[in-house]
Design a protein around this ligand. Structure first.
Ligand SMILES: Nc1ncnc2c1ncn2[C@@H]1O[C@H](COP(=O)(O)OP(=O)(O)OP(=O)(O)O)[C@@H](O)[C@H]1O
Ligand SMILES: [Mg+2]
Length: 228
């Protein structure tokens, strides 16, 4: 069976002082294994909120998110974050007192990688343009863009079925952007569900098989790219 992530009539509010602000208003959509999805839309339309819920960084309030029919609530949020989803938010979740290489090795360990972890970690980092000298540096001594690439390298090292990324190419030069897009596509080719929030129409069109457009907390369109 192909992995399937379903978002069902998802509503979300934030408390803003005394007021409750509704930021998701009934989002329903399905993500399938082996495909890449872009989420686009104006600032404030709810994109980050949606993928934060998909990544179990925040709790579902109303509606449901299921993986192969099982609710995140049932799986457990921490279990979901650990074994189901890899999160590429800028610098999110990198272990700051470790080097870039060690961060990738943690993911390799977790995925029970058999082989030379050192060499593999350097290789994965090199693929995203992180050189050896940078790979051996503590992550909090790397630039924002470099940290982002470490997060992407780590995503490629792990075996989880879902990868979510918020503006993964936001801080990158054009050459690195192309590399990162190729890597994200290759993760989908390995059978993962890849979901990317982006403001860049170019990134969306190059990367995604399906582009979901959000407006005021709703998905207003889903356009599929025809197979080339
Ligand atoms: N923790 C929070 N508390 C209160 N309001 C929030 C919180 N996080 C987000 N919001 C509000 O919810 C709305 C949706 O925010 P969200 O971050 O999902 O938008 P976005 O589509 O990712 O925007 P951008 O493109 O600017 O990143 C915005 O109006 C934002 O101000
Ligand atoms: Mg956002």
């Amino acid at each position: 069976m192909k992995n399937k992530l379903e978002v069902k009539d998802l509503w979300h509010t934030y408390a803003d002082g005394q007021r409750e602000v509704e930021v998701l208003k009934g989002v329903t959509t399905t993500f399938e294994a082996g495909k890449t999805y872009a989420i686009v839309g104006e600032s404030g339309s709810g994109k980050t909120t949606l993928i934060s819920l998909i990544a179990a960084l925040d709790s579902v309030q109303k509606g449901d998110i299921t993986f192969n029919g099982k609710s995140i609530r049932k799986i457990g949020e921490s279990e979901f974050r650990l074994r189901y989803v890899n999160i590429v938010f800028q610098a999110y979740n990198l272990i700051r007192y470790m080097t870039a290489r060690e961060n990738v090795e943690v993911a390799l360990d977790f995925a029970k990688y058999v082989g030379d972890e050192h060499a593999r970690a350097y290789e994965l980092l090199e693929r995203v343009g992180v050189k050896r000298t940078e790979a051996d540096r503590l992550v909090n001594k790397l630039s924002g863009g470099q940290q982002q690439r470490v997060a992407i390298a780590r995503a490629t090292a792990s075996e989880v079925p879902i990868v979510v990324a918020d503006e993964p190419t936001g801080n990158l030069d054009e050459k690195t952007e192309v590399k990162v897009l190729e890597i994200l596509k290759s993760l989908a080719n390995e059978g993962k569900i890849v979901i990317v929030v982006t403001h860049s129409p170019k990134v969306a069109s190059e990367l995604a098989a399906t582009t979901l457009r959000m407006e005021s907390g709703k998905i207003i369109s889903a356009s599929a790219k025809r197979a080339a």
